[in-house]
Write a protein that binds this ligand. Sequence first.
Ligand SMILES: Cc1cc2nc3c(=O)[nH]c(=O)nc-3n(C[C@H](O)[C@H](O)[C@H](O)COP(=O)(O)O)c2cc1C
Length: 213
Amino acid sequence: MSTETNVLEDLDFPTPGYAIGDDVADLLFRQARTVGAFTDEPVTDEQLAAVYDLIKWGPTAINTVPLRLLVVRSAEARERLAKHVNDGNRDRVLAAPVTLIVASDPGFHQHIPTLAPHMSALADALEDQLEQREQMARMNTLIQLGYLIVGLRAAGLDAGPMAGLDTAGVDAEFFAENGWRSQLIVNVGHREGEGTRHPRAARLGYDQVSLTV
Ligand SMILES: Cc1cc2nc3c(=O)[nH]c(=O)nc-3n(C[C@H](O)[C@H](O)[C@H](O)COP(=O)(O)O)c2cc1C
């Protein structure tokens, strides 16, 4: 066993208040940017599967896990998607190594007996409640989107989420068969340089966004 007295100083102790080290806090949040410019380095299906295997553990209401992903990779699929993307976003969709269509599945209730066995009766109760299922699926998919962005960063990837698209057009283009509802898209890859031309903008502070009662 070492008798050096400075061994502990070499360890990367978490910043006070966090259970993770500064390097992880930087990777996931402080240094991470919304990226629009990517290198040619590919993103593999294995990488995307590994990201999902991590983020699937993030909580959703009644453990519904309604996020679904369509991985847009081929040039032909990319063109089909680009038609439905706002002008200002189109070039980035065409240039990114891969784009994920993040969709919600209003048919999530079919999995309730597996995902929430203690509430399996809910599967039948929701069968005729399409509007309620769509709302539940959308809210929990957007929660899972947050996990996805952080999970991509945890895997050493960069993400560029974009809501500027015609979701009805995307649904007709890609989801006429399975009924998924597109929510937004995320370009994924490795940042080129800073990955963005925009300087980092400020964030609101805790005292601006919180009240205590
Ligand atoms: C849900 C969501 C939707 C967004 N939609 C667009 C978009 O349609 N087009 C775009 O250029 N940027 C879009 N952004 C990027 C944001 O403007 C960006 O994340 C924000 O300004 C923070 O940038 P930073 O991470 O580099 O600090 C979107 C981001 C999120 C999280």
